[in-house]
Design a protein around this ligand. Sequence first.
Ligand SMILES: *[C@@H]1O[C@H](CO)[C@@H](O)[C@H](O)[C@H]1NC(C)=O
Ligand SMILES: *[C@@H]1O[C@H](CO)[C@@H](O)[C@H](O)[C@H]1NC(C)=O
Ligand SMILES: *[C@@H]1O[C@H](CO)[C@@H](O)[C@H](O)[C@H]1NC(C)=O
Ligand SMILES: *[C@@H]1O[C@H](CO)[C@@H](O)[C@H](O)[C@H]1NC(C)=O
Ligand SMILES: [Zn+2]
Length: 445
Amino acid sequence: MINLHSAIALAAVFLSMANAAATPTSSYLPQSSPTYLPKFPAQAGVITQWPPADPSAPLPSGALPSSVPGSIVSQTEYPPANLPVANAETDPNIIPIMKLIDWNYVPNATVTYPTPVSSGLSPSMDPSYPADDPYCWWTYNQCDTPKISYIPPDITICPEPDTWGLTYDDGPLYFTTPTPENAVYAEPNFYDFLLNHNNQKANLFYIASKILYAPVAAQRGLNDGHTICVHTWSHFSMTTLTNAQVVAEFYYSLRMIKQVLGITPKCWRPPYGDVDDRVRAIAWQMGLRTIVWDQDTDDWQIIGDQVAPTASSITYATANKTMAGYVANGQGGPHGHITLEHELSNATIILAESWLPTIQKLYKTMPATACNNIAQPYWEESFVYDIQGTVAVSTNGSTVGGGSSTTGSPAGSTPSISGKNSGANLQAMGSIMTLVAAAVLAALL
Ligand SMILES: *[C@@H]1O[C@H](CO)[C@@H](O)[C@H](O)[C@H]1NC(C)=O
Ligand SMILES: *[C@@H]1O[C@H](CO)[C@@H](O)[C@H](O)[C@H]1NC(C)=O
Ligand SMILES: *[C@@H]1O[C@H](CO)[C@@H](O)[C@H](O)[C@H]1NC(C)=O
Ligand SMILES: *[C@@H]1O[C@H](CO)[C@@H](O)[C@H](O)[C@H]1NC(C)=O
Ligand SMILES: [Zn+2]
């Protein structure tokens, strides 16, 4: 038996351990702000600090301009969308960065290098990869703690129990062929929804080449107070790219985000989770910490508008059941969770919106960066975010957990919770399927 006082003291120790694990210490290779990005003029109407200087400034709303490359960013300054950068080795933007990186701290992993993988053969099928996983290849066995001591572990969970880290990948969502049916799901649909549900904040992992086509939606995401992270330029499997191509993925992502949003994120997520110590080490030296997840809703595999059927497509009902399992079974336990969702199709938006009110009732809900105590996720220090999150409200109306933010109000639809944890192990299922399907998807984006 331990009394309440020592229980609290013990909890504090665990909490500080968890926070220490989430915060890079001096034992890691020093990081610095990228110096190689051009100086861009500030964009009209885009916030330059958080909290914003003028909280009453109107947000862009209604149908946001999309498919207008050139209006905000010139396409000619960027490589073609949805493809790894061709000739990265001789790209004059990339050569100086290759010289800045200390390659003594970048392991010579040869996972499936040098064959870029966006579809077809999964890198996890590489028969020559050693079983002892020398490069901490996530795709091989979900390894998230590097085998090299100078790079921190990936962020995979929220340390505090009953906490839900909200992450939405692959945005900003726009439709290349808008129809009356799908146009309603383009941004700012989901950003409006979050605003109208306790002004909920989330991590948005943007595919940088999509920002070219939906720059105002991206600006809206930042202005709303969401934490923007890098989700690469082309959305290929990073471990299959050459060193120069990996550098180029990060460079053009950081550049696009700096030009359109005025910020330089310190966080990134590998497409399909496909990362190894080589890619982690390059990311780290370019100022980026790797964030993955511990709950995968598989929502991106639902056939939806702009997401064509593949061999591993799933139905909406399957993803819905996976989500129901996470929501029902994620409370208690030693820690909270980071959940992988997407702003990718009508189906992912419908799933996200139908569950958020329930999640807010049961969990302390916040961006994955916030639950990991990261208040300053950009190199620009004028942005300081709330790390308390939206406080969950139990079904009887009392608050659950601490926090200083507005109390949640149970608005919107409230799916009932039932069923066992049908989906909890899906995230651990062979990433072969994941990669193949996701890769096919990438080719479509
Ligand atoms: C990788 O290989 C190069 C060339 O053989 C070598 O100079 C470098 O030290 C190696 N890097 C690491 C981290 O082992
Ligand atoms: C999603 O799951 C919830 C909870 O199990 C259920 O009430 C709802 O009907 C499901 N929706 C669909 C479309 O399957
Ligand atoms: C998404 O849109 C497609 C095409 O319009 C439609 O067939 C599908 O039922 C929609 N999905 C959901 C979950 O509503
Ligand atoms: C409401 O739920 C909380 C958390 O489960 C519990 O501590 C509290 O006693 C409940 N209050 C009422 C009035 O039932
Ligand atoms: Zn993605």
